[in-house]
Design a protein around this ligand. Structure first.
Ligand SMILES: NC(=O)c1ccc[n+]([C@@H]2O[C@H](COP(=O)([O-])OP(=O)(O)OC[C@H]3O[C@@H](n4cnc5c(N)ncnc54)[C@H](O)[C@@H]3O)[C@@H](O)[C@H]2O)c1
Length: 260
């Protein structure tokens, strides 16, 4: 029987870092398939614009600030009555190896990635259970699997997210209304974060090449839509038996997720 319902119709999803890149693509894709989406970001102007584009609701939030989380969950429940999906996506990627990483970079990176993912999961869990069970999707990185020397704090934070995800999955499956928790590990995906890392590292600008699309493919770099489709699958009931998994999305790229 054909089914014209959206793949996440009736679900309510929070996506952090939704003003740009992967979070923006995730929010749009979830909304296209019928979810009511609450978008958060520190960049209020860009976040509001994405919310208008996809018919979602924008709430300004610094994910590393614990006090913002209870308010975000309360506003989501007040506006939509339930919470089914949390996408912990917001992130930064400051450069720094073991010698050049300052304590400030270390703390800032762990705050935005590791602290924030903990806060999100901690404060969302009761509401996910109350809504009948749900899905948490934590954005890690291939840097969690084969660490990157120039991104020490980032690699450590993403590794922490990977392990925390599995502990939450083991907890969530035992609840009366089970909550799933999975991590996504993208390789390079063409977003403002990766464009700026490329430019900082090499001065290379994909957009200024003769054929940016061919260059992107030749460099093994994916598109935000590729990750958004995986987020959609994990948010939907199609993935109901997938819990505690680490899903690599890098088109078999030899680095950094796999040794050459
Ligand atoms: N693009 C990639 O190749 C890639 C690969 C692996 C993992 N990731 C991860 O995917 C996520 C999204 O990255 P992206 O490439 O889309 O980057 P991006 O820079 O395009 O977007 C990140 C978003 O997070 C927001 N943000 C930053 N700090 C925040 C804070 N304290 N509170 C709330 N929002 C904040 C930014 O304003 C921005 O809108 C990150 O967690 C990143 O580590 C990206």
């Amino acid at each position: 029987m054909p089914n014209d319902r959206g793949r996440v119709e009736g679900k309510v999803a929070i996506v952090t870092g939704a003003a740009s890149g992967l979070g923006k693509a995730d929010a749009i894709r979830l909304a296209e398939e019928g979810a009511a989406v609450v978008l958060t970001d520190i960049d209020a102007a860009a976040g509001q614009a994405v919310a208008e584009e996809c018919g979602g609701t924008f709430i300004e939030q610094d994910v590393g600030d614990e006090s913002t989380w209870p308010t975000l969950i309360e506003k989501t429940i007040a506006g939509h009555g339930r919470l089914d999906v949390l996408v912990n996506n917001a992130g930064i990627a400051p450069l720094g190896d073991i010698e050049t990483t300052t304590t400030e970079i270390w703390r800032k990176t762990l705050r935005v990635h590791l602290d924030a993912t903990f806060f999100g999961c901690h404060y969302a869990m009761p509401m996910l259970k109350q809504s009948g069970g749900g899905s948490i999707i934590n954005m890690s990185s291939t840097a969690a699997l084969v660490a990157m020397a120039p991104y020490l704090a980032y690699s450590a934070a993403k590794g922490g997210i990977r392990s925390m995800t599995k502990a939450i999955a083991a907890y969530g499956r035992r609840q009366t209304n089970p909550v799933r928790c999975n991590s996504i590990h993208p390789g390079s995906i063409l977003t403002p974060m990766v464009q700026s890392a490329l430019e900082t590292g090499t001065g290379f600008k994909i957009a200024e090449t003769d054929d940016p699309e061919a260059t992107r493919i030749a460099m093994g770099i994916g598109e935000p839509q590729d990750v958004a489709n995986l987020v959609l699958f994990l948010a939907s009931d199609e993935s109901k038996h997938i819990n505690g998994a680490e899903l690599v999305i890098d088109n078999g790229s030899p680095t950094p997720s796999r040794p050459k």
